[in-house]
Design a protein. Structure first.
Length: 289
């Protein structure tokens, strides 16, 4: 019997670094997780030798965690046709992130496709494919998973058609995958609450459901089609627990990692730090309704 893979975003900081990430995931009773290799807003990264990779792998093996995913930083924008230096930075840093992903032992690097900054989606998609063609070869040892986006601003990836267009333009598209974000897809206008199977059928026709390498499981603060991208805690938004539970347990995707990115909760009175909701939300989604 295949085991459900479910976890959350975890941090990587302090002296323990990657080892601390694994410990955090285990504290939530997760069996997979997602991390950034450094702050998502900048390019500062520690040397791989400082990440405690062997110790992290040993603890993962002991705990039975077989895989995890890495998320590329938000500052990478392959779709920028206006500033060449922004595109060049994106290229260089994405290449480094693929190397770090592999060195840490993951096979999946999640990437926001990018924003066309007012130049139109066609130009943006061409620039994204140019960038991916500069990075990906037949020997690239990890997948780049394009994330489905909510459609705010000039984001590319708000429709399955846009993602399919990127696939069509990439020579080594076998190295691409998709990260299916429930909040983003809802906010982009797809009815995953009442017709998830229909949404997946459309995705399958355009890209292939076997291309979904990871799910981001988030409720949404917004009505379907709002194009706003504001995550809500599980069962506290417009998607709701029943629909998210159905998606998590869908038989076609049971072994695909499900990653929570829901907001931290306000701390009880007298405590300063916000509280991660992941242990309770993982339990909620893991067990039958």
């Amino acid at each position: 019997m295949n085991e459900l893979k479910i976890g959350s975003h975890v941090g990587m900081n302090g002296k323990e670094m990657f080892l601390g990430s694994v410990k955090e995931a285990l504290s939530y009773e997760a069996n997979t997780f997602m991390l950034y290799t450094g702050a998502p807003q900048n390019t500062k990264r520690k040397e791989l030798s400082q990440l405690n990779i062997p110790q992290a792998h040993a603890l993962m093996k002991e705990a039975g965690i077989q895989d995890f995913v890495v998320h590329a930083p938000y500052i990478i924008n392959l779709a920028n046709t206006v500033k060449s230096e922004t595109f060049e930075l994106a290229l260089q840093f994405l290449a480094l992130e693929t190397e770090r992903t592999v060195a840490m032992g993951s096979h999946t690097l999640i990437l926001h496709p990018g924003s066309h900054v007012g130049e139109g989606s066609e130009k943006g998609i061409r620039k994204i494919t140019e960038g991916l063609n500069a990075i990906l070869t037949k020997d690239t040892p990890c997948y780049i998973a394009l994330e489905t986006m909510a459609g705010k601003g000039s984001e590319i990836g708000r429709s399955f058609q846009e993602l399919a267009a990127i696939y069509d333009g990439v020579v080594h598209s076998e190295k691409l995958r998709v990260c299916f974000d429930t909040c983003h897809v809802n906010d982009a206008g797809y009815d995953i609450v009442n017709d998830f199977d229909g949404v997946i059928d459309e995705f399958h026709r355009l890209i292939g459901k076997d291309q979904i390498a990871v799910f981001h499981i988030n409720d949404s603060m917004n009505e379907r089609g709002a194009a706003k991208d504001r995550h809500a805690n599980i069962g506290q938004g417009t998607i709701g627990l029943t629909a998210l539970h159905r998606i998590v347990h869908h038989p076609d995707f049971i072994t695909v990692p499900k990653i929570l990115e829901t907001p931290y909760l306000d701390s009880p009175e007298g405590q300063k730090k916000a509280i991660p909701p992941y242990k309770e939300e993982i339990a909620l989604l893991r067990h039958p309704l």
